[in-house]
Design a protein. Structure first.
Length: 132
């Protein structure tokens, strides 16, 4: 189940999704160890190393696809002054680097997206009364 609260915007009422809290690496490792044959400690160690490994792979120019999860890749943004000629363009012009993520999805034969692995097929939304 997922949660929402009521919010008024421009004179109209809308549901606004809520996140209860943030679960950490320990919680993910515990859950993964319960549904697999891998110990919590081993799962935790792999999860801790995952960020560094993904970063190294993306820095080397690759996107990284994790089955059941999705694809991670880097993009850069060059803000500020451009240059007049192609010969003047350098990587030092990048001022920001972002990690982008595309959740894994399935397509039907008609090429339409039929499902995403990180989005449940059916989400039950329940109002969370913040006043109580």
């Amino acid at each position: 189940m997922a949660f929402y609260k009521k919010q008024k915007l421009n004179g109209k009422w809308y549901p606004r999704s809520l996140t209860l809290a943030t679960l950490d690496t320990d919680a993910v490792a515990e859950r993964l160890s319960r549904i697999s044959t891998v110990s919590r400690a081993d799962t935790y160690a792999v999860l801790l190393a995952l960020g560094e490994v993904l970063g190294d792979m993306m820095e080397s120019g690759y996107s990284v696809r994790l089955k059941g999860l999705g694809t991670f890749y880097l993009t850069g943004r060059a803000e500020g002054q451009g240059v007049d000629t192609p010969e003047e363009v350098t990587g030092r012009q990048f001022t920001k680097v972002h990690v982008r993520f595309i959740p894994e999805y399935r397509r039907a034969q008609n090429k339409k997206v039929t499902g995403r692995t990180l989005v449940p097929d059916k989400v039950e939304w329940i109002e969370l009364d913040m006043e109580k």
